[in-house]
Design a protein around this ligand. Structure first.
Ligand code: DGI
Ligand code: FE
Ligand code: FE
Ligand code: FE
Length: 188
């Protein structure tokens, strides 16, 4: 099995240096958010290490893994940008021996979110938006919101994704909308 260092080595070898820097940022941010909001920091770090493991796999390989293993068939009709999350969770389990379902789901839903997200899922999804290397319009507002509400910050993050996708004339994945609506209900 892989220890922490071996896992980091194995994952970093599958992506360009810049994407690995992003992953290090997500790890650091997810651990902080976990400590702040009462999630398990060890699980948050593990999920973060693996969250983008399949991000740079060729599209045909992602498609093959989805098809051959009958993973979420509906996803093949969705934007290819969404595929690496489902495949990442599969690889985390099959290749890297992660058995904890909450960690696997934090990887699986890190891009879209979903209705009824666990604390760990929220932490990883938000860390992916606000890690120190991210730079997009509104990211500093998200960082500020993250200091006082996990749900408000993540709902706002998903809002920036939805706006951006509308702007680019792209389809919105239903889980992204459901995640945002559900988080808004959890806001005070
Ligand atoms: O993998 P990262 O770049 O770190 O971040 P991510 O996993 O959140 O992926 C972001 C990409 O996924 C970005 O290109 C937008 C796309 N995306 C996220 N939600 C949706 C989406 N694309 C579509 N079409 N619909 C969505 O709901
Ligand atoms: Fe991702
Ligand atoms: Fe994300
Ligand atoms: Fe990411």
């Amino acid at each position: 099995m892989y220890n922490r260092e071996q896992l980091m080595e194995a994952v970093s070898s599958q992506m360009p240096a810049k994407r690995w820097q992003h992953t290090l940022g997500v790890m650091e941010t997810a651990v902080k958010l976990a400590e702040q909001y009462g999630a398990d920091p060890v699980k948050a770090e593990l999920a973060s290490i693996l969250h983008d493991v399949a991000k740079y796999w060729p599209t045909d390989r992602l498609e093959q893994v989805l098809r051959e293993n009958h993973l979420n068939p509906g996803l093949l009709q969705e934007d290819k940008q969404l595929w690496h999350a489902e495949v990442g969770a599969f690889v985390a389990q099959q290749e890297y021996g992660i058995e904890d379902l909450d960690i696997l789901d934090a990887i699986r839903y890190h891009t879209s979110g979903r209705e009824g997200m666990s604390l760990l899922e929220k932490v990883v999804c938000l860390a992916d938006y606000i890690e120190p290397g991210r730079d997009f319009p509104g990211v500093n507002k998200l960082r500020k919101l993250a200091n006082h509400s996990l749900e408000e910050a993540l709902a706002a993050g998903l809002g920036t994704t939805i706006s951006h996708l509308v702007e680019k004339n792209k389809a919105i994945y239903v889980l992204t909308v459901q995640a945002r609506n559900d988080l808004m209900k959890q806001m005070p």
